[in-house]
Design a protein around this ligand. Structure first.
Ligand code: NI
Length: 208
């Protein structure tokens, strides 16, 4: 019994400096696919700005024309922009020429709008093959937490799923084209910040 008490005392002493230290910072990357959307993307940007947090937007090339102001705003407000193909097509099974056409057109549209930037690729549907790995000429970024916001669009369900599953280092997949997804994302931002997460871009997450 004495030995046990002694051991407990030692453990208590050892635990003290740990308790005094702040919990390690936890990071998350929110990512929004399929924009820019004239209504929903500005809603997301407004909330991110109000909270002083950053996210990553994977854009469909053909949707940029007419929404350049929204894309410029992403860059100006410190968000990361990435590629999501020109026509929102699966790149799996494509030839190198087809891949290059989908990505280079999108790269050109983004760079004409915001200037020279490095662009990561989010492949539509997460579909990847060896030809794509070889010809993407960009880091390929999928996700670690899928909200399936397109499948069941109930905002409270999406927010609850994020909060239940989230862990340090997650890359969360959402879409800034659905009113319901954006409502859910905005509710989640409040709660994630309250839980002490820092919301950063994918690039910043990797740097951590
Ligand atoms: Ni998509």
């Amino acid at each position: 019994m004495k030995k046990l008490l002694c051991l407990l005392a030692v453990l208590a002493l050892l635990a003290q400096p740990l308790r005094a230290e702040a919990a390690p910072q936890r990071y998350l990357a929110l990512t929004f696919d399929d924009g820019p959307d004239p209504e929903q993307t500005p809603r997301v940007l407004d909330t991110l700005r109000a909270h002083g947090v950053r996210a990553t937007f994977f854009l469909i090339g053909e949707q940029i024309a007419g929404h350049e102001d929204t894309v410029r705003r992403m860059a100006d407000e410190g968000h990361q922009i990435g590629l999501h193909t020109w026509h929102h097509v699966s790149l799996k099974g494509m030839t190198p020429d087809q891949i290059t056409s989908q990505l280079d057109q999108t790269r050109a549209a983004i760079r004409e709008t915001v200037g020279p930037v490095d662009l990561m690729l989010r492949p539509p549907y997460g579909f990847v093959d060896d030809t794509l790995r070889q010809w993407a000429k960009a880091p390929i970024i999928c996700w670690s937490l899928d909200t399936e916001d397109w499948k069941d669009p109930t905002p409270s369900r999406i927010t609850a799923d994020i909060l239940r599953q989230v862990k340090d280092g997650d890359i969360i997949l959402m879409h800034d084209i659905f009113d319901t997804s954006v409502t859910a994302a905005l509710a989640a931002v409040d709660q994630l910040l309250a839980q002490g997460y820092r919301l950063v871009t994918v690039e910043e997450l990797f740097a951590q």
